[in-house]
Design a protein around this ligand. Structure first.
Ligand SMILES: Cc1cc2nc3c(=O)[nH]c(=O)nc-3n(C[C@H](O)[C@H](O)[C@H](O)COP(=O)(O)OP(=O)(O)OC[C@H]3O[C@@H](n4cnc5c(N)ncnc54)[C@H](O)[C@@H]3O)c2cc1C
Length: 361
C-alpha cells in the first residue's frame, strides 16, 4: 500500500525526493513556505552521483592550468552519467514540472512551524494554525530548518560559520564576446577554477552558453544566515586583486552580484524522530561548504535512497521506522564524509603561495 508523505520545503531536496517517492507510487504533498517558487543564486553544478570535483584548476595569478578533467565526454564514459552545468532556476523548474506531471501536490504559502511524531501519524503544524497528518513527514527546509529541532526533539541546532562568503554573478554571452580573452573562457564548456590564497573563482557557461556563471568564495564576515544579499561590486573586485587578468576582465563586466554567507551543519546525532516516522534530508540534515559542488547532489541522492528504503516495507506501515532508520544509517555516514571532503577541498584550494602550494600544484 502506498504511503501518504508530506515533504516540508520545495527546494532541490524536497522536489527531488517528491519525484523519487511519487515514482514508487506514494501520495506526496510538498508544503512550501514561500508564496512563489523562485530559486535564488545563479549556476549550479550537477555531478554524476559518484564523481568528485571535476574542472580545470588554474593558478590564480596567471590562469595557468594545473589540473584538468574534461566534463564531456569523460564523465559519462567513466561514471555512466553526464556532468551538467545549469542555471538553478532551470534546474528547479525542471524538477517542479516533473514532480507536478507525476502528480505531486505542491502547496505554496504553507510555512511549517513544527512537526510532531507521536508514533501513529505525525502532525505538521503550519504557521496559519492548520494541522496536517501523514504516514511520513520529511523535513527538507534547508540549512535554517524549522522542522529539524521538532523532528529531532533537540534545541535549535546552529549552522557553523565557515569564515567565508561567496559572491555569485552572471555575465551575458554577448558581453563576454566583446573581448578575445573573455570570449575564450566562454567557449570552454568545462568549469574553470582559479585557486588562490583563501579564495577562488569557479566559473562556467550555463543556459546553453548564453550566460557565464561566477561563484566567488572569499574570506568574509557576515552572520550565519546572511543569504542572497546585494553584494558590493568594488569590494568583490578588490577581493580578487592579483588574479589572472583574463578572469579579472570578466569581473569588470559584472554589473551586479549577490553575496552569500557560507556555512555548514555539524554532524547531527540522528536524522530520524524518536518514533521513527519523520526524517530530515538535504541541507536541513547535512549542509556543507560548496567546494565539491555536492550539496544539492547529496540532497537528490537522499530522495532516491529514501524511496528505495521505503520500498523495502512492501507497504507495511509498521516497518516505516525501520526503513527510515535504515535510510539514516546509509546516508548519514556518506554525507558526513562528503561534508568533510568539501571542507578539505577548501583547504587544498586556498593555500597561500609557498612550498605547500607548489607541492599541491
Ligand atoms: C555558493 C553556493 C554554491 C553551491 N553550488 C553547488 C553546486 O554547484 N552543486 C551542488 O550540488 N550544490 C551546490 N550548493 C549547495 C546547494 O545549493 C544546496 O545543498 C541545496 O540547494 C540544498 O537544497 P535544499 O532543498 O536542502 O535546501 P534549500 O535550497 O534551502 O530549500 C529549502 C526550501 O524549503 C523552504 N522552506 C524553508 N523553511 C520552510 C518552512 N518552515 N516551511 C516550509 N518551507 C520552508 C524554502 O523556501 C526552500 O524552498 C551550493 C551552495 C552555495 C551556497
Amino acid at each position: 500500500m502506498p504511503f501518504e508523505i508530506i515533504i516540508c520545503g520545495a527546494g532541490l531536496a524536497g522536489l527531488g525526493a517528491s519525484i523519487a517517492l511519487r515514482k514508487k507510487g506514494h501520495k506526496v504533498t510538498i508544503l512550501e513556505g514561500t508564496v512563489q517558487l523562485a530559486e535564488v543564486g545563479a549556476g549550479i553544478q550537477i555531478p554524476p552521483n559518484s564523481s568528485r570535483i571535476t574542472e580545470s584548476v588554474r593558478r590564480y595569478c596567471t590562469g595557468e592550468i594545473i589540473g584538468k578533467t574534461p566534463l564531456y565526454p569523460m564523465m559519462r564514459e567513466q561514471y555512466g552519467y553526464p556532468y551538467w552545468l545549469i542555471h538553478r532556476a532551470d534546474y528547479q523548474r525542471c524538477l517542479r514540472e516533473h514532480a507536478e506531471h507525476l502528480g505531486v501536490q505542491i502547496r505554496l504559502n504553507s510555512f511549517v512551524d513544527a512537526v510532531h511524531d507521536d508514533g501513529q501519524r505525525p502532525v505538521v503544524i503550519l504557521r496559519n494554525g492548520t494541522h496536517l497528518t501523514a504516514d511520513i513527514v520529511v523535513g527538507a527546509d534547508g540549512i535554517r530548518s524549522k522542522t529539524r529541532s521538532s523532528i529531532l526533539g533537540e534545541d535549535h541546532i546552529e549552522a557553523m560559520d565557515s569564515s567565508q562568503c561567496a559572491y555569485r554573478a552572471t555575465v551575458p554571452a554577448e558581453v563576454m564576446r566583446e573581448n578575445p580573452a573573455t570570449e575564450a573562457l566562454l567557449s570552454d564548456t568545462s568549469a574553470s577554477c582559479w585557486v588562490g590564497d583563501g579564495r577562488h573563482i569557479m566559473a562556467y557557461p550555463i543556459m546553453g552558453g548564453r550566460m557565464y556563471n561566477l561563484v566567488l568564495p572569499h574570506p568574509g564576515r557576515a552572520s550565519v544566515g546572511a543569504w542572497n544579499e546585494p553584494g558590493d561590486l568594488d569590494e568583490m573586485k578588490r577581493q580578487y586583486d592579483g588574479f589572472d587578468p583574463a578572469i579579472r576582465k570578466v569581473l569588470d563586466k559584472v554589473t551586479s552580484c549577490r553575496k552569500w554567507k557560507l556555512a555548514e551543519l555539524p554532524p547531527l546525532s540522528r536524522w530520524v524522530s524518536d518514533k521513527g516516522r519523520a526524517v530530515i534530508i538535504g541541507d536541513a540534515a547535512h549542509a556543507m561548504v560548496p567546494y565539491l559542488a555536492q550539496g544539492a547532489a547529496m540532497s537528490i541522492e537522499d530522495g532516491a535512497a529514501l524511496a528505495e528504503c521505503l520500498e523495502r516495507t512492501c507497504g507495511d506501515g509498521n516497518l516505516i521506522p525501520r526503513a527510515l532508520r535504515a535510510f539514516e544509517s546509509i546516508r548519514k555516514p556518506r554525507c558526513e564524509i562528503v561534508q568533510e571532503a568539501s571542507r578539505g577541498t577548501g583547504h587544498m584550494w586556498h593555500m597561500p603561495d609557498g612550498p605547500e602550494q607548489q607541492q599541491r600544484d
